[in-house]
Design a binder for this molecule. Structure first.
Ligand SMILES: NC(=O)c1ccc[n+]([C@@H]2O[C@H](COP(=O)([O-])OP(=O)(O)OC[C@H]3O[C@@H](n4cnc5c(N)ncnc54)[C@H](OP(=O)(O)O)[C@@H]3O)[C@@H](O)[C@H]2O)c1
Length: 327
């Protein structure tokens, strides 16, 4: 988010109000305040946010994942629904969009649509580099391609995808961070078999972020990875929060229990997401979201109270006992 570093105009400072003084004194302004200041169309009701430990910058606890559903062609018929989702996402105060070069056309689709809407400054672009396993040059070529496809001169977060070539790529990512071409760096996985290697990396490397699979019916990451992230001050994006929809199928048409409704939970999607983002170490969940209906539903999990520890245990027990649960 290179534009995020420009000086504020007097008008923007006045719009933000007194609270900005501390940020100015520190020489930076949080993303959400910048967006509120710069935008002629300010976000609607505020979404819950959490801080990125390495800087204190806050991001909303629900973002968007783009695997599969953003892999579309260039026709207006294919792109128009996604444009409306991205427009509404920004209007509602959403920010984090997770994508990857390996998601077919997804990076280009997001880049084109966001540029067309003129909302780049409101968004936090997280993408990945997966070609580092074939050598640093292949990784660098892919990173340059991501900047071009996403139509930006700086990425908010770059993650080594599934730890591919991670030892060779992390120094490259550090160099790009020094040069201001990425703001944060990290690594991602969604495989149990990589959890041990992820833990080892978290122990020995300085990472801003990890991304890991974590869902109400896939809680392995909570054993070691999430507590370690909290100890080491690493932000956590969680992928597969619905296990590609399987979590939701377990409940079918049953209504959510009344004790959950009291937390503002109106759907099983919100139930699953509030469980994930209420873990103290989780910064943001990135459910695959490609329709307005899902967007409204999923961002609803970033509003109202979050469950406490006792309620989280109750939620997990309910899912464990669900008759339709997919294992
Ligand atoms: N190693 C990695 O780095 C890695 C690996 C996996 C995923 N990821 C990231 O994590 C993101 C999330 O994973 P995912 O998209 O594969 O799976 P997911 O978020 O667990 O599930 C997404 C699916 O759930 C359904 N859904 C979404 N919102 C819903 C709602 N409110 N109500 C009912 N159904 C809903 C949609 O299914 P339909 O569209 O079919 O209706 C959607 O495709 C990815 O998009 C990607 O950005 C990263």
């Amino acid at each position: 988010m290179s534009a995020d570093r420009r000086p504020l105009t007097r008008r923007e400072v006045l719009r933000i109000g007194a609270g900005v003084g501390a940020g100015l004194a520190l020489g930076w302004i949080p993303l959400a305040l910048r967006a509120a200041a710069a935008s002629p169309d300010p976000p609607e009701a505020a979404l819950l946010t959490k801080p990125i430990p390495s800087t204190g910058e806050r991001i909303p606890v629900i973002g968007i994942g783009t695997a599969r559903r953003y892999h579309v062609g260039s026709s207006e018929a294919e792109r128009a629904p996604l444009r409306e989702v991205l427009r509404a996402f920004a209007r509602m105060g959403g920010s984090v969009i997770d994508t990857a070069p390996s998601y077919g056309t997804a990076e280009s689709v997001v880049g084109d649509l966001v540029a067309g809407l003129g909302i780049r400054d409101r968004l936090f672009f997280a993408t990945k580099v997966g070609s580092g396993g074939r050598g640093v040059e292949a990784g660098l070529a892919e990173m340059r391609q991501s900047l071009a496809r996403l139509r930006t001169d700086a990425l908010d977060l770059l993650q080594v995808h599934n730890l591919a070539g991670v030892d060779a790529m992390l120094p490259v990512l550090r160099e790009w961070k020094r040069e201001g071409r990425i703001r944060y760096l990290g690594v991602s996985t969604s495989f149990d078999r990589q959890h041990g290697a992820l833990v080892a990396l978290m122990e020995r490397e300085e990472l801003d972020f990890i991304q890991v699979d974590y869902a109400i019916d896939n809680r392995t990451a909570a054993d070691r990875i999430l507590p370690l992230a909290a100890d080491r001050g690493i932000a956590v994006l969680t992928n597969l929060p619905f296990r590609r929809g399987r979590v939701l199928q377990a409940f079918g048409d049953r209504p959510v229990p009344e004790w959950a409704a009291e937390l503002g939970i109106a759907s099983w999607a919100q139930f699953a997401l509030k469980y994930v983002v209420s873990h103290p170490a989780v910064t943001c969940a990135i459910p695959g979201t490609a329709t307005l209906r899902y967007l409204e539903d999923n961002l609803g999990a970033a509003r109202g109270p979050l469950p406490d520890e006792a309620t989280r245990r109750r939620m997990a027990a309910l899912v464990d006992a669900a008759p339709g649960r997919a294992r």
